[in-house]
Write a protein that binds this ligand. Structure first.
Ligand code: TXA
Ligand code: MG
Length: 310
């Protein structure tokens, strides 16, 4: 559904009735439900086929609302002031008297929180009297959705309602940072680590591939188009879809471009939709050329590497 006042009301009605709906964010689309209601949150896990052991991110519009549920600290405040709303998720200590459903956290004492930067979602959040738990709006381990039509493709008739907010501006999930003890990156994403470093001015640990998984977004089988994907390829095989960073002079119907002109931000935005398109065309495998491992390119490579484990 496109955005207008009456759609906003409909969305609120579904959510107030403890149903889940799809919402746009600047990173990827989310499958959202009332984070204070276990009945509602349970529906997210079922619809996504997500194991209950994989906790959800809770989305807020206001800092004052977050403070009801979590303890904040100085590192958080610095990053919040600089980057929120935006593509960063914080792991914080959960307050004992918080109303967050235990299903959201899998009974843990920490909570993942985020302030999404999308006009429609911000409006919706301000309209509700509870925050929204929302994982990416895709079936577990498959490609994330960056458009309303992608969500439809993932869930078909099983989804009640999709608020259409156009194509997600960033196209990759948020960067996750744990601020429980020392700052620790748990997932690469839409916000570059170098920018976070500049603000915190201290050592930041990176723990995106731990032995013992903390965030299942860290699991290797993730973000997969459902067909084999090979990375850092110079020469594709015959009939293999070949994904390139920028348009080449040679023409082949099997070539797909992530950006017009070597632009990594544009490539990030187009990555999931490009892979989805290739999968839908019926290709049996995908080859991707080497993507520079700088800036947001690191997050692109993280997703490609995980997708290549299929
Ligand atoms: O950009 C995004 O973050 C999108 C949009 C919709 O906001 N959401 C998203 O959610 O990517 P999801 O559920 O697909 O990924 C959330 C990741 C999971 O890997 C989960 O394990 C991790 O966050 N996570 C959630 N709670 C956590 C916690 N308390 N400690 C560590 N990791 C946590
Ligand atoms: Mg996800």
């Amino acid at each position: 559904m496109n955005f207008n006042q009456s759609n906003m009301k409909k969305a609120k009605k579904y959510l107030d009735n403890k149903e889940c709906i799809a919402v746009p964010t600047e990173t990827v689309y989310g499958l959202a439900a009332n984070a204070y209601s276990s009945v509602a949150v349970k529906k997210i896990y079922n619809l996504k086929k997500r194991p209950k052991s994989n906790p959800l991110i809770v989305h807020y519009a206001k800092l004052s609302d977050l403070k009801k549920d979590c303890f904040i600290n100085n590192d958080f405040l610095k990053l919040y002031k600089k980057f929120c709303p935006g593509p960063i998720t914080f792991i914080l200590k959960l307050k004992k008297n918080s109303k967050i459903s235990k299903l959201v956290t899998n009974n843990n004492k920490t909570l993942a929180v985020r302030f999404p930067n999308h006009k429609i979602l911000k409006k919706l959040l301000n309209f509700l009297n509870y925050p929204l738990a929302a994982p990416s709006a895709n079936i577990t381990t498959s490609l994330s959705a960056v458009k309303a039509s992608d969500v439809k493709e993932e869930f078909g008739k099983k989804i009640n309602y999709i608020l259409d907010g156009g194509k997600s501006r960033i196209g990759l999930e948020s960067t996750i940072i744990s601020l429980i003890k020392i700052p620790k990156i748990l997932r690469l994403g839409g916000l570059e680590i170098s920018k976070i470093k500049k603000v915190l001015k201290k050592k930041i640990y990176i723990n995106i591939n731990p032995q013992k998984k903390i965030a299942p977004g860290q699991s290797s089988l993730h973000y997969s188009p459902g067909i084999p994907l090979r990375i850092k390829i110079n020469k594709p095989k015959i009939n293999e879809a070949y994904v390139l960073l920028k348009k080449k002079k040679i023409y082949s119907p099997h070539y797909y471009y992530l950006s017009k002109n070597n632009n990594l931000k544009e490539a990030a935005k187009n990555l999931y939709s490009c892979l989805r398109k290739i999968k839908n065309k019926g290709y049996k495998s995908i080859a991707v050329e080497k993507i520079p491992n700088v800036g947001i390119g690191k997050s692109i490579n993280d997703r490609l590497k995980r997708a290549s484990k299929f």
